[in-house]
Each structure stands twice: as structure tokens, then as C-alpha cells.
Design a binder for this molecule. Structure first.
Ligand code: ADP
Ligand code: MG
Length: 725
């Protein structure tokens, strides 16, 4: 038996449990040993029975004097009642509905019991304690032989209904057999410099710690290990990418100037600087992998279009991928109008419709079949193909040399999985000797610590200023009593010619949602239907009762694409006044004439998401407002809304969000499959930088880890784990 032995070969684990473990991704002994507790219960103090106290948790050790089952007729329960005695006193013990206990625990047995002391009709008793038999031989030193009591006991996340008791029962013998045989993957120097526990010690101490302090040290070691592996993976990916070839796109400054002249505004310095960095990257014959990070409304699209234009005019194709259909269509419209004097063929490929649109120079938009569009793309006739994740389907192929796909633009890239991003580029690697340049864009300000780990293989361009002349958005939490006043205010804004967004969260009432959902019964469906229901109700209320004279429309994810598009276009063309919507408009939507963003149930959204919503307004010279309604007075909600009011900087907000909520909610991190306990360490910027430094130094000396074979093996497994779907 070794670490790679599959769990099926462990005799104690029957088929039912094998299945459960597999659901958690646990396949080998190593996996199970790396399934860590999420907290501990301290039962290390075994006290005399005479010292127990009402309502306290305690641990005692004594002999069973009596034990028997009885049935309570009233509540149809089986009680196991026992009396346990030590040198100082005796106490009653009661378990509920565990009749099999009388088969395990017999009179005269020594037991260790840990649980809560409560008062019954006949005095104090121990209620449902955790129990463990203690062999006569180890009565003097019980702790070293105990697993569930009499020590600091691990508590595991009880998913898939795997009890902590069962996991301890499985893990402990494995540790006894293999705990000392786990090869150390961290180089000795790194262990010493960072004062880490060795693997042999850490693996024991994380499961069965001798003290809380040692448990923490063990956690630190595994956090370090996991982050170290991430950093190695990221750095190696980057080294590999640097070896690949890409098409060099020559910079044509005159073309850029000509394009910029067609805009109705001047580029900001940050836009100019980012464009320059990108164009410089494109000139190189190795693939760009750059993240363009800029707050909502900072004008990332234009920068991407400059890169696209240069690529196209060099004779190559561009793929422009957006996370939602609405956004893809918006981009299609924007690209069509911005490129209209540049003789460029533009295609739009989304998922749901059968018809697709292509636009030639100064021609009307024409709808063509998907088949035709794909044919045109493969011939190289489409210069820029815009779409959703449909673009990564194998059917979509780009033109042959000397042309072909040379640049991929990924908008709101945090919305795509790590795998999707990898696939986009990898597909091209198989097909050709060159791979496309990749420009990712995001407005989700990723805290530096996370960016360093997750996107460490990307170069970063920052748009850290908003276009000039934008007014600060006034953000306010509105007390319920002021709802009427707010309605008056909205009427006034509309009268002035402005428009209004109203966002509704999902109502968490599965029962009512189910009724609406009808036949739909998957979990996801129910929740999105709940969202739809909320929007419909709000729409009814606003259009009939509150603003009968205004043009109120609604938008949600369950509408047909055509319908959605029409609603968005009408709104954009100012045919309607108020758009009531689900969170579908969270990303990217650009309607500058909108000045009021009303968010209902603001407590249900994360800070980053609220900031995204707010970014939908404040895109013109008019004063804009973000008005928040919240039904919750919870401390965290208040903290979050306060942060939103006091800060308009997305990056600052992201740091605050990280502090308030922890990193679990940041997209990206989840997809790495990082265990929760390790996720916590992502908060620790210092630790991240240390692991990054260590990884860098090691790879400089030993790029392929030839002299660190255990580490190399482990890294390969790790990479497989994060890359496979
Ligand atoms: P985001 O970075 O959120 O994707 P967009 O690219 O959608 O932002 O740009 C937001 C709005 O600002 C658009 O209406 C765009 O035309 C406009 N815009 C972009 N750059 C500038 C600029 N330098 N000056 C004024 N307006 C700009
Ligand atoms: Mg955008």
C-alpha cells in the first residue's frame, strides 16, 4: 500500500463509501490524507466525574456499570441509557436512536465520553456523548490511543454525509501505516527558511494535533505547499508559453491615429498607455498573454478595438468573446459602428439563434445562416468574429495561412472558467505552429494577492483613470420610509430625459419558485425562475401602481434572445424610461443616458457585483445616482453598503470585500479547486509573496524540477487536477 493506492483497495471502505468519497474527488490514499478537518474539538482535558458542570462540554473516563435500551412510547424513540463511574463519582448517560450501542459497549468496559452535561428529571446526565472504548492496557495513558475523545479531535466538513467519526476511523490507521512514508516535496532549504513542519509531522498534526498551536503550524505548512504548487504551475505555464511562437503584428501608428480621430472623445492617458503596451506585445513573435484591468466604465473596449484593428489590417483574424449574449450583441453593434469606415467584415455568432448576422463595409447588417458564417470564418472572410463561449466550439475554425486567427479578446474574462480560457488557446496549439495572442479584460478588480496567484501568468495593463468629465456617482442607502420620495425623484429624472435601471435579486422562496417553474426542477432553474418571478412582480408594481405614466419594461434571462435584444435596443434608443431587470445586466451593458440605478435587496449581492451595477450609470456628463434598498440590518451587510458608499474605486472595494467576506466568493479561486482551509491563506498576501519568491528561485535553478522528482510528480498531478474538466 502506498499513497497512490486507490481507495477501492482499502478493505475498510465499502462500495457505498467509495462512491461518496469519489464524489468529493477522493480517489487515492493521498487524496484522503489530504482531506483536512475544517475545525477541531478540544476534548484533551479528561476530568473527574465529580467536577462536571451543567451545560458544559466535558470529557470523562470511567467504567460502564449499566447499559440498556428502552423505548419511549410518546416520542417513538429508542433510548440507550447507561451509568458510568470513575473513582470520584458516577453519571447517567443517554443516547438517542442508537440501539446498536449496546452491542459495542458492555458492562465493565472502560469508556471515554465527550459531550454536553444537561439536567433531566433525575439530575445531571451526559447527552448523546461521543464515545470510545479504552482498552485496560492504556488506561494510564489514554490520549495516545484515543481517536474520537480524550484529545484534540478533528472535525471534517460533513459533505456527502460522511461523518467525522467515520473519517477518523479511516484516516488514523492510514497515518499509522503511511504517515512517515510520505515523501517530502518541499526542498529542505525552503522548509528551513520558512520554519515549516516537515510533511511527516504536519500530516499527523493536521489530523490529530497534540496542541492547537501545532494544528495551526500544520495548516500553515499545507497552505504554503498548496500556494507553492500554484505558483510553480503558473510560472511554468508562463515559461512554456514563452517558448511558443505567435504571429508578429506590425504596429501601424498612422492607422491608430486615423482610428482615434474618428472617436468623439480623446483617449485617456491610461487608455493610451495600455494600448501602447498591447501593441508592443503584439509585435513580438511570442504570444501575448495580457490582462487589461480597468474599473467599470474606464473604456476598455476601445483599447481592445485598437488591437483588433491593427491585427486585422495586418491580414489576420480576431475572435472577440463575451460572457453573455446581450453583451456580445452590444459589442457587435459597437464594433460595427466604430469600424464602419475601415472596410472590415464582422460576424456575430451566439448560441441560441439559428440565424447569424454579418456586416460588410457600409452595408446593412445581413442575417446569414450559421453554416454560412462558419464557412466564411474558415475561409478567412470574417475579420472579426464576435460571440459568446460558442466561439470555443470545435466547429468554429479560422482561416488558413498566410492569414488565420492571431488575436483572441476575452471580455469580462473572470466570467469564463480557467478551463475555457485554456481551451481557447490550446485548441490553436494543436492545429498550428503559432498560437494567437490573448488579451483578457476584466472590470472585476481582483485584489492584488489573488491576481498574483491566479493570474500570475498574465502581464497586467491597468486603466486606472476614468474618462474626464465624469461626475462622481452619488450612492445612498434608502430607508423604507423614503420609498415614496425616491419615486418622486425618479419621475423628475425621467422628466429631464434620463433613464433608470431597477435591479431585482432573486427571492429565496423555493416553494413559490417551484410553482412558477412548473416542470423545471433542477436547482439552477429554480433559482433563476425565482429571479424572474421577482422581476415580474416588481415590474407589475412599478408599471401599474407607481409609474403608470412612464414606459416601464422588464428584462430577464428566461426571455428569448430576440426579445431581449429588442428590449435592450429600445432602451438604448430611449424609447423606454425604466428597465427592470435581473442581474443579467450586471456586466458590460452601456447605456450612457441612464442616470439612476436602483438596487432592490442590495444585501443579496456581493460588493464587487454592487459596484458593477453602479458602473452601469455615471457614463455621461449628467449627475448619476445609485440607490440601494436593503431589508437586512446584518452587520456584514451594513459594512458592505458603507464600503460602497465611501469608495468609488473598484480595487479598494475588492480589498475591503476580501476582508469582509473572505476570498471564497472571488471567481477564479474556486475553479482552482483550492480547499477551503487553503482559501483562507489567500488572504495572506505575505504568504503568497513568500511562496511566489520561493517558486521563482527554485525554477531558476531547476526549471524542469529534474532534481526534485517528488515535487515534479506532485506538480504534474496538481496540474492535471486544475486543467481537467
Ligand atoms: P468598460 O471598461 O467598462 O468596458 P466601455 O469600454 O464600455 O467601458 O466604455 C464605457 C463608455 O465610455 C462607453 O460609452 C465608451 O464609448 C466611453 N468612453 C471610452 N473611452 C472614453 C474616453 N476616453 N472619453 C470619454 N468616453 C469614453
Ligand atoms: Mg466592458
Amino acid at each position: 500500500m502506498n499513497l497512490s493506492t486507490s481507495i477501492e483497495q482499502i478493505p475498510r471502505i465499502g462500495p457505498v463509501f467509495q462512491k461518496k468519497l469519489k464524489k468529493l474527488g477522493i480517489k487515492t490514499i493521498r487524496d484522503i490524507l489530504y482531506h483536512f478537518p475544517h475545525r477541531y474539538e478540544d476534548f484533551s482535558d479528561i476530568i473527574p466525574i465529580s467536577k462536571i458542570k451543567l451545560n458544559e462540554n466535558c470529557c470523562i473516563l470511567g467504567k460502564i456499570l449499566e447499559i440498556k435500551n428502552s423505548r419511549t412510547w410518546k416520542r417513538r424513540m429508542i433510548l440507550t441509557q447507561a451509568v458510568v463511574q470513575d473513582k470520584t463519582d458516577a453519571i447517567k448517560v443517554v443516547w438517542f436512536n442508537q440501539p446498536y450501542l449496546t452491542k459495542t459497549l458492555k458492562i465493565e468496559d472502560n469508556v471515554c465520553l465527550a459531550g454536553k452535561v444537561v439536567r433531566g428529571d433525575n439530575g445531571l446526565y451526559l447527552s448523546n456523548p461521543t464515545y470510545e472504548k479504552v482498552p485496560e492496557s492504556s488506561i494510564q495513558h489514554p490520549a495516545s490511543n484515543l481517536t474520537h475523545t480524550g484529545r484534540i479531535v478533528p472535525v471534517y466538513p460533513e459533505t456527502e454525509r460522511l461523518s467525522s467519526r467515520w473519517l477518523r476511523y479511516i484516516i488514523k490507521p492510514l497515518l499509522i501505516n503511511l504517515g512517515n512514508k510520505i515523501p517530502e516535496i518541499l526542498p529542505q532549504k525552503i522548509i528551513q527558511e520558512n520554519k515549516l513542519l516537515s510533511i511527516g509531522k504536519a500530516i499527523w498534526q493536521i489530523h490529530f494535533p497534540d496542541s492547537i498551536n501545532l494544528a495551526e503550524k500544520a495548516q500553515k505548512r499545507f497552505s504554503f505547499e498548496e500556494l507553492f504548487l500554484i505558483e510553480l504551475a503558473v510560472l511554468q505555464a508562463r515559461m512554456a508559453l514563452n517558448k511558443e511562437k505567435a504571429i508578429s503584428i506590425l504596429m501601424d501608428i498612422e492607422l491608430v491615429k486615423k482610428f482615434v480621430k474618428t472617436l468623439s472623445f480623446k483617449l485617456t492617458d491610461a487608455q493610451r498607455k495600455s494600448s501602447w503596451q498591447i501593441l508592443k506585445d503584439l509585435e513580438k513573435s511570442r504570444p501575448m498573454n495580457r490582462l487589461l484591468e480597468g474599473d467599470v466604465g474606464s473604456g476598455k473596449t476601445i483599447v481592445a478595438l485598437i488591437a483588433a484593428l491593427e491585427t486585422i489590417k495586418n491580414g489576420y483574424q480576431v475572435a472577440f468573446m463575451a460572457p453573455t449574449e446581450i453583451l456580445a450583441k452590444q459589442h457587435f453593434k459597437e464594433v460595427s459602428s466604430r469600424f464602419k469606415d475601415f472596410n472590415i467584415n464582422i460576424g456575430l455568432l451566439t448560441g441560441k439563434e439559428d440565424k447569424f448576422i454579418s456586416k460588410k463595409l457600409k452595408e446593412e447588417t445581413i442575417e446569414i445562416s450559421r453554416q454560412k458564417l462558419l464557412e466564411k470564418t474558415i475561409k478567412g472572410d470574417i475579420d472579426i468574429l464576435i460571440g459568446t463561449h460558442t466561439l470555443i466550439q470545435d466547429k468554429v475554425k479560422f482561416g488558413p495561412p498566410p492569414g488565420g486567427l492571431a488575436l483572441v479578446i476575452l471580455d469580462e474574462q473572470h466570467r469564463f472558467g480557467v478551463q475555457q480560457r485554456a481551451k481557447l488557446v490550446a485548441r490553436e496549439i494543436d492545429a498550428k505552429t503559432t498560437i494567437p495572442h490573448l488579451l483578457s479584460m476584466t472590470a472585476t478588480p481582483i485584489p492584488r494577492s489573488l491576481a498574483l496567484t491566479i493570474y500570475g501568468d498574465l502581464d497586467l495593463s491597468l486603466i486606472d483613470e476614468l474618462p474626464k468629465g465624469r461626475k462622481k456617482i452619488i450612492t445612498k442607502v434608502i430607508a423604507p420610509a423614503n420609498r415614496k420620495k425616491t419615486h418622486q425623484f425618479i419621475k423628475k429624472e425621467v422628466k429631464k430625459g434620463r433613464q433608470v435601471f431597477v435591479i431585482c435579486p432573486r427571492i429565496e422562496s423555493p416553494a413559490s419558485a417551484k410553482a412558477t417553474a412548473g416542470k423545471q426542477n433542477s436547482k439552477e432553474d429554480i433559482s433563476s425562475w425565482a429571479e424572474v418571478k421577482a422581476v415580474k412582480e416588481e415590474y407589475e408594481r412599478l408599471s401599474k401602481e407607481v409609474f403608470p405614466k412612464l414606459k416601464v419594461v422588464m428584462l430577464h434571462g428566461k426571455m428569448r434572445p430576440k426579445e431581449k435584444e429588442k428590449i435592450m435596443m429600445d432602451f438604448k434608443n430611449r424609447k423606454t424610461d425604466i428597465l427592470v431587470s435581473t442581474s443579467v445586466i450586471e456586466v458590460g451593458i452601456d447605456v450612457p443616458n441612464t442616470t439612476v440605478m436602483v438596487i432592490e435587496g442590495a444585501e443579496r449581492f456581493g460588493l464587487a457585483q454592487l459596484h458593477q451595477f453602479r458602473g452601469r450609470v455615471g457614463r455621461s456628463k449628467y449627475q448619476s445616482y445609485c440607490l440601494l434598498f436593503s431589508e437586512s440590518g446584518a452587520v456584514k451587510t451594513r459594512q458592505r453598503l458603507k464600503a460602497l458608499i465611501s469608495s468609488e474605486n473598484g480595487f479598494e472595494l475588492a480589498e475591503k470585500d476580501l476582508k469582509i467576506r473572505g476570498p471564497g466568493d472571488f471567481s477564479g479561486a474556486r475553479q482552482w479547486g483550492i480547499p477551503d482551509m487553503i482559501m483562507d491563506s489567500l488572504k495572506d498576501v505575505f504568504l503568497i509573496e513568500k511562496t511566489r519568491q520561493a517558486a521563482k528561485e527554485l525554477l531558476e535553478q531547476d526549471p524542469e524540477l529534474k532534481n526534485h522528482s517528488f515535487l515534479e510528480e506532485r506538480l504534474k498531478e496538481f496540474q492535471a487536477r486544475i486543467h481537467l474538466e
